[in-house]
Design a protein around this ligand. Sequence first.
Ligand SMILES: O=C(CO)COP(=O)(O)O
Length: 263
Amino acid sequence: MARTPLMAGNWKMNLTHVEAVGLVQKLAWTLSDKKHDSGRCEVVVLPPFTDIRSVQTLIEGDRLELGFGAQDLSPHDKGAYTGDVSAEMLAKLNCRYVTVGHSERRTYHAEDDALVNAKTKQALAHRITPIVCVGEGLDVRQAGNQVEYTLAQVRAALDGLSAEQAASVVIAYEPVWAIGTGEVATPADAQEVCGAIRGLLAEAFGADVADRVRILYGGSVKSNNVAQIMDQPDVDGCLVGGASLQIDEFSAIARFYALPAVG
Ligand SMILES: O=C(CO)COP(=O)(O)O
């Protein structure tokens, strides 16, 4: 089965709702001007919670060919969880995606594998596609244990999912040492781990599921390295941080298929 590539822009904690509207308008205009083919690449923005309503209104009102989602969600349904945002709230805003287990959540908010698993299930229960983030830190990479470390995170995040549920998740391999550092993993590094993740999915849920799941790479993706990364057989898209805030960069990344061929 052909997997439609996905480029998701993780804005992190950037842009007020006014700035968000400006960026989405310019991004949509640029993609349309360059005749972006959304059949060749699905483009999604993941703004902070406070921007989502404005982004939704703009995208739906003007029928822009952009998807949108959130960067986190609560593992709880509702109630006394100050500061949390529930899956139901996101679903009501038509969020199509939500990242779970981003390394910044794991590091700064002490999110562990069990919580990432609970959030993954919560998103699925509300028909929001979880983008499950995994990836090793520098110490693990230097010890050469990146594959087993990352696979353990994937196993934990997907624990208890049915094959049908597993088929609908997106997994993002983001080596922590490559996030925001300009230190991009080589295409071979990305393929090694993304290929191993697909192997694990085949083992755990069957070849059909493994064939359907989109696996993204994230970590210092830019327009000048995206083509090589997307050339890898098990990389189906990118989770883009810094470059997703720059319209020219992100629109070029989304149109990776139109970039000059890899030499
Ligand atoms: O964390 C990331 C996306 O979720 C990657 O961030 P950068 O693209 O800024 O390295």
